[in-house]
Design a protein around this ligand. Structure first.
Ligand code: FUL
Length: 415
């Protein structure tokens, strides 16, 4: 196994880490039953999203700045959003499009049309399927479902394997991984088997700091303290993804629950503590029973995107370079309150300890300190008026390679 020091991302991981923001869409029978976890007995006849329009989802996602979209093809209740051959517990048994519809197809097509990378969630835990009780039979069943998805709807950017409900259950991860690698070799694999990305360990959308790109294990679910055992040939480079619903604790849409929408300030805090700590943020916006993303949720997501752009689209200066010291200077003092630093992670994550200083009236003052930089570190500090900004790396595994150092005046007071 690669050590933390020698670990490098694949080109697919690099691309994925640059996406930074993804949109999760939980949609299914639960949407029609005011439920988070259907028990697998809900009647498929309830699934009837009359105004279903995945182009609306995609255009909202892009307007808000999300760079990939992940759909729950099957949640724990076992209801399949595509016309699978494996069970009749699917859209085939619903009145929607007279049982001839395929949600996964239409969302995949809408994403492809707009150039938005598309991924799928397929719950291992299945509360409907009778063969779930028989480990081997269910492994076969699950592999057949996964094969349909991997071969029918690609290219897929990510496969989301959820540990919830599967605490203590062993699936044939080797076989499952082989399928993904065979049919969708470029897809990220979330948290299970031989993952290429890991769960951050909570559903608050926040990463701890430091959140290194290397790890040897991750938590399996919210409902156990157990750490996962990954296959022995798992790469050491497994960046974290932070998932959180835009409505407090609700992954699926529920009627009359708009008051649960997270305020913009909370979403920004989540952004700083996920993307700002070098992880990806996967924000869930659930389509409603019309098959549309609710207007209020879309509005909030776009507010978030706009605020991110307002804060980070106009650097006062930016530079790059190699070595333990990187300095940026201005002929006249600038006022700034944010700095963004990124490593050239294709060469690994090298920085272990750094300091940012600003030159105020000829004297260098420390404005931020940290350990990990990795893909991205955002530092916020009280506004400082300085004619220089300096990054000093105090400890590194090898020569620091800085892809970008930029600073901004992003404080609300500016507008
Ligand atoms: C959890 C599930 O139990 C939730 O329903 C949701 O799908 C979330 C993303 O993962 O583990």
């Amino acid at each position: 196994m690669m050590t933390a020091t020698s670990a490098r991302p694949t080109v697919q991981q690099l691309r994925w880490q640059d996406y930074e923001l993804g949109m999760f869409c939980h949609f299914g029978l639960n949407t029609f039953g005011d439920k988070e976890w259907g028990d697998g007995t809900d009647d498929p006849a309830r699934f009837d999203p009359q105004a279903f329009d995945p182009r609306q989802w995609v255009s909202a996602a892009q307007a808000a700045g999300f760079r990939y979209l992940i759909l729950t093809a099957k949640h724990h209740d076992g209801f399949c959003l595509w016309p699978t051959e494996t069970t009749d517990y699917s859209v085939r048994s619903s009145p929607w499009r007279d049982g001839k519809g395929d949600v996964v197809r239409e969302v995949a097509d809408a994403c492809a049309e707009a150039g938005l990378p598309f991924g799928l969630y397929l719950s291992p835990w299945d509360r409907h399927e009778p063969c779930y009780a028989d480990k081997e039979a269910y492994d076969d069943f699950y592999c057949r479902q996964l094969t349909e998805l991997l071969t029918g709807y690609g290219p897929l950017v990510e496969l989301w394997f959820d540990g919830a409900g599967s605490e203590g259950r062993e699936y044939d991860w080797r076989r499952i991984m082989d399928l993904v690698e065979k049919h969708q070799p470029d897809a990220m694999i979330f948290n299970m088997g031989r993952p290429t990305i890991r769960w951050v360990g909570n559903e608050d959308g926040v990463a701890p700091y430091p959140c290194w790109n290397t790890a040897e294990s991750a938590k399996a679910s919210l409902f156990t303290k157990d750490m996962l055992t990954w296959l022995p040939d798992t790469s050491a480079w497994v960046p974290a993804e932070c998932d959180v619903p835009i409505r407090e604790l609700q992954w699926f849409w529920h009627p009359g629950a708009e008051e649960r929408l997270l305020p913009l300030e909370r979403l920004l805090d989540i952004y700083y503590r996920s993307v700002g700590h070098g992880a990806n943020l996967l924000l869930n916006i659930a389509p409603d029973d019309r098959g549309l993303l609710p207007e209020a949720d879309v509005k909030r997501a776009i507010e978030l995107g706009n605020e991110i752009r307002r804060r980070f689209d106009h650097p006062l200066g930016e530079t790059e370079g190699a070595g333990n010291e990187l300095t940026m200077e201005w002929p006249s003092p600038q006022t700034f309150d944010h700095a963004v630093v990124q490593e050239r992670i294709e060469e690994g994550e090298r920085v272990r300890d750094y300091r940012l200083e600003a030159r105020v009236d000829g004297r260098w003052m420390t404005i931020a300190k940290g350990s990990a930089i990795g893909h991205k570190k955002i530092d916020r500090f009280a506004p400082v008026t300085a004619d220089g900004l300096r990054l000093t790396v105090r400890q590194a595994d090898a020569e620091p390679l800085i892809r970008r150092m930029a600073c901004y005046l992003a404080d609300d007071a500016r507008t």
